[in-house]
Design a protein around this ligand. Sequence first.
Ligand SMILES: CC(C)(COP(=O)(O)OP(=O)(O)OC[C@H]1O[C@@H](n2cnc3c(N)ncnc32)[C@H](O)[C@@H]1OP(=O)(O)O)[C@@H](O)C(=O)NCCC(=O)NCCS
Length: 162
Amino acid sequence: MNYNAPGSVDDIDRIMEVMTGAFAPEYGEAWNRRQVSDSLLLTGTGYCLIGAEGSFDPNLAEPVAGFALTRSIFDEEELLLFAVLPQYRGKGLGASLLTQVIARARLRGIRRLFLEMRRNNPAGKLYTGFGFRTVGIRAGYYRTASGERLDALSQELYIADN
Ligand SMILES: CC(C)(COP(=O)(O)OP(=O)(O)OC[C@H]1O[C@@H](n2cnc3c(N)ncnc32)[C@H](O)[C@@H]1OP(=O)(O)O)[C@@H](O)C(=O)NCCC(=O)NCCS
């Protein structure tokens, strides 16, 4: 995870490449470039890229496949955005990226990870597999492009070794 670094132009390009291809427009979950670059100026915000071959090298020679954007405060970290491009899904890259996020968080003394997802997002299966559990529900929090209201599920995972 790259922390306290504004993110190179190349890396922000890579994040935006995934952003525009991975999030279904109807949910309005994707961030624009300004939101990403501004967030990376904030202390505790970081990102991790994964390549199509599963590499975490920030100077990826392979095409970018996915990214995670996180924000930490004290010993807690929020998974702000997490995505893999559709053409690379179902190959374990999402699980590998989440494993990497958790490993890097542990190294920095993070004890609890949390995230918010819309109810029925298929990503929930991935999170449950990692042990995330729902600790809160915000009824009707998300609004789709067609005006439908969807609940937000707050999920957490304790990652401390002891
Ligand atoms: C969520 C996401 C990152 C998963 O990426 P991925 O590379 O396909 O994930 P993996 O291949 O590692 O899948 C891991 C497990 O998660 C489950 N899973 C992940 N995405 C799924 C989907 N769209 N449909 C069904 N199951 C899914 C599968 O059960 C899979 O386990 P399996 O291989 O034993 O079947 C990807 O679907 C995505 O970018 N979605 C759109 C953005 C999004 O919703 N992000 C999360 C916001 S909270």
